[in-house]
Design a protein around this ligand. Structure first.
Ligand SMILES: Cc1cc2nc3c(=O)[nH]c(=O)nc-3n(C[C@H](O)[C@H](O)[C@H](O)COP(=O)(O)O)c2cc1C
Length: 396
């Protein structure tokens, strides 16, 4: 990991190590990938104001959200099927996250069971749940989370409709995969990945069971079709509120209206996310939606945002626009593919170091002192200094 200096370095290494169909599964987005690109473009369009001659020798990035102390305001977003990156999968990512003082969100579509992950990262594992057609399946999931001492549930809010990802369709990446010949050849040219795949953890869904055993790859599609639920509503959040005493975070919130509804239905946290551009293409970048959502939440809930975070400065921008913490997916999946647990640990190290450096230039020693002013270079407001919600409020 000595030659890894950025998330982009991890990405290059992961690209070399993974067959193209796996790399594209991680990296790709829906349709024309407009939203995927926009997440990055919107972050790039915001610049931060430098300050000088401030004593920043004692700076640190610690913070606390939903009762969990973090060494940096960064959480691992839930990701399904990480087993394709490396057989150590979620266990490696969760361990690296815990060691870095972060939190790992376990996905319902994970290859590892929640039990295995919570065991690997006690106190640092949150559980994502989905409202399945078979409500008993969801209830069992919630009960297991409670039994394992998990304190925070993250509700998958944006999965009622399945997206179309052209890269996956071209590679035949389904469950089970049906790759064209060129991908079979390309995969054969990655023997280390093939050996890990053959010898490592088998490709299952770790969380749900058929006949008492984990769901196998060839059974996933049928299980998914049976359980996909397009009828979930805010009433399900209200019902969840009644049965779950811990924290509830709703993921996939991209509008002020939904942020308000989440709070009104008892959510403790709002997770601003467009699924990293993997679900609904042609929508806003998360960083564009964030200020309105922060205003709507009005400090009644914790706000987390993901989508395109690749530098410490991106985390600082998210905080600057009013988020309590940022989150990221692909940087950790790519770290896992590039170098198992040490690869994920390196992703955390890089982002933590970059964030501390940015804080030095911003002239702050604590996360809560990151200024609420960004320099927005995009569009007609070229060069204008825009005030983020908190700053605007303070000024009025
Ligand atoms: C391989 C992969 C699998 C994902 N699986 C899930 C999932 O199971 N549940 C979910 O809510 N989001 C899922 N996401 C979206 C992430 O939680 C997150 O919103 C997104 O990756 C953030 O963008 P970033 O990758 O640019 O950081 C997945 C993303 C990737 C890359």
């Amino acid at each position: 990991m000595r030659n890894i200096h950025s998330i982009d370095d991890l990405r290059s290494r992961a690209r070399r190590r993974l067959p193209a169909m796996v790399f594209d599964f991680i990296e790709g987005g829906a349709l024309d990938e407009l939203t995927l690109r926009r997440n990055r473009e919107a972050l790039d369009a915001h610049l931060l104001p430098q300050r000088v001659l401030v004593d920043t020798s004692q700076r640190h990035a610690t913070t606390s959200i939903l009762g969990t102390r973090l060494d940096l305001p960064l959480v691992v977003s839930p990701m399904g099927l990480l087993t394709v990156c490396h057989p150590d999968a979620d266990v490696a990512v969760a361990r690296a996250a815990a060691a870095a003082g972060s939190v790992f969100v376990h996905s319902p579509w994970s290859g590892c069971s929640l039990d295995e992950v919570a065991d690997a990262a006690p106190g640092r594992t949150w559980a994502q749940i989905a409202f399945w057609n078979d409500a008993a399946e969801t209830d069992r999931h919630i009960d297991r989370a409670r039994g394992l001492g998990v304190e925070t549930l993250v509700v998958a809010g944006d999965v009622a409709v399945s997206s179309k990802r052209d890269r996956d369709l071209r590679h035949g990446t389904g469950m089970p995969p049906r790759p064209p010949l060129r991908d079979v050849v390309d995969t054969a040219l990655h023997p280390a990945w093939v050996m890990r795949w053959l010898r490592g953890r088998s490709m299952t869904w770790g969380n749900y069971r058929i006949d008492g055993r984990a769901i196998r790859m060839r059974e996933m599609e049928a299980w998914m079709l049976r359980n996909e639920n397009q009828t979930a509503t805010w009433d399900d959040i209200a019902r969840l509120r009644r049965r779950w005493k811990g924290n509830i975070v709703v993921k996939g919130v991209m509008s002020s209206e939904d942020a308000r509804l989440a709070v009104e239905h008892g959510a403790d946290g709002v997770f601003v996310s467009n699924h990293g551009g993997r679900q609904f293409d042609s929508q806003q970048a998360t960083i564009e939606a964030l200020p309105g959502i922060v205003d709507a939440v009005d400090r009644r809930a914790t706000v987390i945002v993901d989508g395109g975070m690749r530098r410490g400065s991106d985390i600082a921008k998210a905080i600057s626009l009013g988020a309590d913490a940022a989150a990221a997916g692909r940087p950790f999946a790519l770290g896992l593919a590039a170098g198992a647990q040490p690869g994920v640990a390196r992703a955390f190290e890089v982002l933590h170091d970059e964030l501390l450096t940015v804080m030095g230039f911003l002239g702050v020693t604590r996360i809560e002192d990151i200024p609420c002013t960004l320099i927005d270079t995009a569009g007609p407001r070229l060069g204008a200094i825009v005030a983020a919600p908190a700053a605007a409020e303070a000024a009025s």
